[in-house]
Ligand binder design. Structure first.
Ligand SMILES: Cc1cc2nc3c(=O)[nH]c(=O)nc-3n(C[C@H](O)[C@H](O)[C@H](O)COP(=O)(O)OP(=O)(O)OC[C@H]3O[C@@H](n4cnc5c(N)ncnc54)[C@H](O)[C@@H]3O)c2cc1C
Length: 474
């Protein structure tokens, strides 16, 4: 026992108040369980404080600035002046409103909030350290524990984050004074979203990517419009190069990158943003104490109820297998809470949507055509280009398409891919279609409001059936 220890007991201890943990805690509270939620930093986790929300706020603000200055085609002439410090203040206000909301919702649902860093201290016991010196700690005895400790940015050797020259996404979203130039290492979704924001705010952006394309986990026809638009914004891409080292120079820094033959290229820049992916945070939890070990991927293996190999310990969100996405974390949190409360609940990953908030946006759900084939389906595919959508033309942004993948024989919708305006919103209808087992006929015969972007979904379904009206059928 450390001096100042107090001891409490709870039905459910949740470690981490991100979109996984706080949702699990609220749901458990709704189900009448006594819940304790432990958070060492900020309510809302990475998503609300340093990830989804701040990045989307900055994406919107940079879009407004860029669109206002580039609307001559519509007869609008403006030369917007951007005050980045004010923009960041506005973004912080949005974040504060949401994190305050999380705290209120937790309290309203009877969740006990404990601030501090938790680690396992024996079977069915957590130790929570309130301060840095080990003083003022408490022991929480639990019936069930939900691990929701999330993830952190991966460091590239030689590029330790220092918030000054070498930034992670969190640092980049907090800059209230923009550099003239930035090298972004990694063309995945975080690298591409932030590169686009920076370029729209006038930063000279160079992207260095080890593989040979942007958004390498997405099909080429979805990623290409994003790369084309990024190049129009002046982003300079270098593929097949791995960031190797950096050093200070008289004026900024020099980043050196190497190709597979060992040939090096140097980039003079002000700062470097490293966005090569994220790794689960499990190393500070003292997992050995309860006999749990992360898998090769650094995650905790879970079953269809989000339960780990230790019966009363659950793992959700970025520390559990699957895509690192906030809505996946929240769903797992709900399921874990319901299972603990004895409700019939299970995880079903048939329709996890994913969105990239680049320009244009990309969104996917369910199976691609190739995945459908691999799973033994004979896919029927329908596609509708936004260039044929009246609403897309009136937004001045008719790039991209909606593609629907269905089972030819039964008509069941298996998945969809969208690149274009509001893809992140439009995917919801097709997510519902996959989830409820809707057919192409269901979507095609649903009357959609005119003129809207969502009509493209109906047309894509009609196209798969061979009777689209506003595009040519094969
Ligand atoms: C720049 C960026 C943009 C993103 N954009 C999107 C997006 O648009 N859509 C999307 O779906 N996802 C997005 N993500 C991913 C999303 O943020 C994560 O998938 C999501 O936050 C995972 O939720 P989580 O609850 O598992 O963990 P987190 O949100 O990481 O929360 C974990 C919490 O646990 C706390 N914690 C850790 N260890 C301890 C401990 N020992 N004791 C107490 N507390 C602890 C941490 O302080 C943290 O608050 C983005 C991420 C980044 C970085």
């Amino acid at each position: 026992m450390v001096v100042g220890d107090i001891s409490t007991g709870t039905d459910v201890a949740v470690v981490g108040a991100g979109p996984g943990g706080y949702v699990a805690a609220i749901r458990a509270g709704q189900l009448g369980l006594d819940v304790t939620l432990v958070e060492k930093d900020a309510y809302g986790g990475t998503c609300l404080n340093y990830g989804c929300i701040p990045s989307k706020a900055m994406i919107t603000a940079s879009d407004v600035a860029h669109e206002a200055g580039n609307a001559e085609e519509m007869g609008v002439y403006a030369d917007p002046e951007v005050d980045v410090a004010e923009m960041v203040d506005w973004k912080d206000g949005v974040v504060d409103q949401l994190t305050g909301g999380v705290e209120k919702l937790c309290k309203a649902n009877g969740v006990n909030l404990v601030e501090g860093r938790a680690e396992f201290a024996g079977n069915d016991k957590l130790r929570v350290v309130h301060g840095g010196d080990g003083q003022g700690s408490e022991t929480i005895e639990y019936e069930h524990c939900i691990v929701a400790t999330g993830s952190r940015a991966i460091e590239v050797p030689g590029f330790e984050f220092d918030s000054e020259h070498v930034l992670d996404s969190r640092d980049a979203l907090a800059m209230d004074d923009l550099p003239e130039s930035m090298v972004v290492v990694g063309a995945g979704y975080i690298g591409m979203e932030l590169s686009t924001v920076l370029a729209k705010l006038g930063v000279d952006v160079t992207v260095v990517e080890m593989l040979d394309s942007v958004l390498p986990t997405y099909p080429d026809d979805l990623a290409k419009p994003v790369k084309d638009r990024a190049e129009e914004l002046g982003i300079d891409f270098h593929f097949g190069l791995a960031a190797d080292s950096w050093e200070e120079a008289d004026d900024g820094i020099v980043v050196t990158a190497e190709d597979e033959d060992g040939e090096t290229t140097e980039f003079d820049t002000d700062k470097v943003l490293v966005a090569v992916g994220r790794q689960p945070v499990l190393d500070t939890l003292n997992l050995e104490e309860i006999g749990l070990e992360p898998n090769d991927d650094g995650r905790l293996e879970t079953d269809h109820e989000a339960r780990t190999d230790v019966d009363n310990v659950f793992a959700i969100g970025d520390v559990a297998p699957g895509p690192m996405l906030a809505h996946k974390a929240s769903k797992e949190g709900q399921v874990a809470a319901e299972v603990i409360a004895g409700e019939p609940a299970a995880l079903d990953y048939m329709a996890v949507p994913a969105a990239v908030f680049t320009d244009p946006e990309i969104a996917t759900v369910g199976l691609s055509e190739e995945e459908a084939e691999e799973q033994g389906y004979e896919p029927a595919v329908g596609k509708f280009p936004f260039s044929a959508s009246g609403r897309a033309l009136t937004t001045g942004d008719p790039e991209g398409f909606v593609r629907v993948v269905a089972d030819e024989e039964s008509g069941f919708i298996l998945g969809a891919q969208i690149v274009g305006p509001e893809a992140s919103e439009l995917i919801a209808e097709l997510g519902l279609a996959v989830e409820m087992g809707a057919t192409l006929e269901d979507v095609a015969s649903t009357i959609h409001t005119h003129p809207t972007l969502s009509e493209a979904t109906m047309e894509a379904a009609e196209h798969a059936l061979g009777h689209a009206i506003h595009t040519l059928n094969r």
